[in-house]
Design a protein around this ligand. Structure first.
Ligand SMILES: Cc1cc2nc3c(=O)[nH]c(=O)nc-3n(C[C@H](O)[C@H](O)[C@H](O)COP(=O)(O)O)c2cc1C
Ligand SMILES: CC(C)CC(=O)C(=O)O
Length: 347
């Protein structure tokens, strides 16, 4: 069989290899999946207007985020349950991220403990994604584990005061991990706690977290400019414009459409990242032209992992990097920083 040439082809291979209920869990979203589709469609609606004769030379794709260097402006978004895609699970993903020189955000709902992810990929730069648990003593134990494992930032997901209704999962009866797998970061003594998505979590908890740890705290899931400004008042170090890949509240706008408003509100005070619908290098360039400091990819990494394990993730990240480089060259840009909103226009 011909090797997949792009993220979409990786998805086809992954779909063939995965249990249908697991494919649906990865691919699906909330409600009518309006937002899932909108994320990709928004990038397709933006056209690129390259500059000519710039003599820009070979492009540089590296970025520095919260003090960590990444060789490309594409991070691994936090996604749950990697062992559904490959027996090595998050260990394979972390090794591939390290090989690609990028940052992996380990999900709190990973099926390999964060300590074991770090041990398996000592070269990897890991950030840890957290759902603040209402039991703050338990939250603190998780934070301490992430710190001790060497994670260098906390990414707090704030779009989940409850669970999105995912009808594919309901139809498939997919409501738990198979025997022998669990959310290893939720172990607490001799039990594994369920993840609580609580409507009681508020800005007060962000203040508590900031006092709890020296790690920089990023918020993932901010979609309103006013909330972005509020986040700055609470000492947050970075923001992710994210609608959770359309998996929480359906009918949120596409992240590419939300990005300019958040970038304007933040005014360069902290890095703004975007996730949702990034499938091509040109999508990365469009997001960065609109002011993102970097992007993160969720499903593309899962497609690589399901298709070919660690090698598949490395291939997906490598393809995206090559596509970003090519897009920068063709836009006449010397680096990902050499982009501005005039490069894109609605089509
Ligand atoms: C299967 C799956 C599991 C996810 N698990 C988490 C998670 O544990 N924590 C989190 O903050 N976001 C989670 N997300 C959301 C991603 O971090 C990210 O926002 C989203 O996937 C970006 O969209 P994309 O898949 O189009 O790249 C998950 C997404 C998928 C597809
Ligand atoms: C286990 C879930 C909490 C992971 C998640 O955030 C998701 O499936 O979108």
């Amino acid at each position: 069989m011909r090797p997949p040439l792009n993220v979409r082809e990786f998805e086809e291979v992954a779909r063939d290899r995965l249990h249908p209920a697991h494919y649906d869990y990865f691919a699906g979203g909330a409600g009518d999946e309006t937002t899932v589709r909108a994320n990709e469609a928004a990038f397709a609606r933006l056209a690129l207007l390259p500059r000519v004769l710039r003599g820009a030379g070979e492009p540089r794709t590296g970025v520095t985020l919260l003090g960590d260097r990444a060789a490309m402006p594409v991070l691994v978004a936090p996604t749950a349950f990697h062992r559904l895609a490959d027996p090595e699970g998050e260990k394979a993903t972390a090794r591939a991220a390290a090989a690609a020189g990028t940052i992996m955000i380990v999900s709190m709902a990973s099926t390999v403990a964060v300590e074991d992810v770090a041990t398996a990929a000592p070269e990897a730069t890991l950030w840890f994604q957290l759902y603040v648990q209402p039991d703050m003593a338990f939250t603190e134990r998780i934070v301490r584990r992430a710190e001790a494992a060497g994670c260098t930032a906390l990414v707090v997901t704030v779009d989940s005061p409850g669970r999105g209704r995912r009808e594919r999962d309901l139809r498939n009866g997919f409501d738990d991990l198979p025997e022998g797998m669990c959310c290893e970061n939720l172990r607490d003594g001799d039990r594994v706690r369920p993840i609580v998505m609580s409507p009681d979590i508020s800005w007060r908890h962000i203040d508590l977290l900031r006092r709890m740890t020296e790690l920089p705290v990023a918020l993932k899931g901010v979609v309103r400019p006013a909330d972005a400004c509020r986040a700055l008042d609470h000492g947050v170090s970075a923001l992710f414009v994210s609608n959770h890949g359309g998996r929480q509240l359906d009918t949120l706008p596409a992240t590419a459409d939300l990005l300019p408003g958040i970038v304007a509100a933040v005014g360069g005070a902290v890095p703004v990242l975007l996730d949702g619908g990034v499938r091509r290098g040109v999508d990365v360039v469009k997001a960065m032209a609109l002011g993102a400091s970097a992007v993160a990819v969720g499903r593309p990494v899962l497609w690589g992992l399901a298709a070919e394990g660690e090698r598949g993730v490395a291939r997906v990240l490598g393809l995206l990097r090559e596509e970003v480089e090519r897009a920068l060259v063709l836009c006449g840009a010397a680096s990902a920083h050499d982009l501005d909103p005039e490069l894109v226009r609605p089509c």
